[in-house]
Design a protein around this ligand. Sequence first.
Ligand code: FAD
Ligand code: MG
Length: 305
Amino acid sequence: MHTALTPMFDAIVIGGSYAGLSAATQLARARRRVLVIDAGQRRNRFAQHSHGFLTQDGTDASVIAATGRAQLLQYPNVTWAEGSAAGAVAQDEGFAVTLADGAIFKGHRLVLATGVTDELPPLEGLAERWGRSVFHCPYCHGYELDAGQIGVLAVGPLSMHHALMLPDWGTVTFFLNAAFAPDAEQLAALAARRVTLERVAVARIEGEADVVLLDGRVLPMAGLFVASTMHAASPIAGQLGCAVDDGPMGAYVRTDAMKASSVPGVFCCGDMARPAGNVVFAVADGAMAGVAAHRSLIEALQQAA
Ligand code: FAD
Ligand code: MG
């Protein structure tokens, strides 16, 4: 499908995972013409099961996304484009989106649901265990560790948050790893939560989640928690000039309660538009963005009349 023959969609949703699927579902049910562009790189693709989503607790994360997509594609007014959106510009009372392969699509409204990527500390053995025995979210993967030995790997002062939370999920060792030095007050708080401190730096992770220290000791853990640095997965919100806010682990797009960004006609939802996300919030934000994009299409018609 190329420029000359391309219809003007009512809305283009970039990102076809939980948030984008949810937004597109509302727009589809409003009988609008919707295009979803998706590169197929869900943030949680490293984990097999997804937890905490009512009715889907413990379901394969890819099944939730695939079911959402199959149900969305039942609507004849939905078009799916596989690929990566390389750029978007405001144009002709709407937006033109260019894909990496050069195809151009136009729509009156844009919903961005492109998610974030996680940057982990460069520690040998960590990245390959991400989503299997190394996690960031206790609510997502803490329960399955069976109240066993849990390691928290410090990346900075914010790791205190992890270290003080995780004793509710098991017996915690806090690996400071030369990334953070607790003060007296923090030491007292950690002691009150019965957290064991380990000051010797970590050499690598082996086995399931065995922490090998620089002095040669090996501390086997059931799982490890580490705060990732989050980056926008796509530069498109930035290209369009959407205002961002700084979160504890990375910047995210600023939105109002209806998930409208600072740029008229652009709605943002899911992990890219909140300080910390999960599937539940992505689906809820997506529904709000879809409804808000639909409402703004109706309002534009009323103003033109
Ligand atoms: P994503 O799911 O990340 O989807 C973004 C989509 O946009 C992707 O398909 C991507 O390819 C696409 N995209 C990006 N840029 C472009 C572009 N330029 N053009 C086209 N498409 C693009 N949450 C839970 O609730 N429960 C859990 O158990 C859980 N476990 C997790 C485990 C791990 C290891 C990780 C890292 C996260 C986990 N999460 C969990 C969090 C969850 O993955 C996210 O909150 C959720 O995926 C956010 O949904 P989203 O739709 O905003 O973004
Ligand atoms: Mg999405």
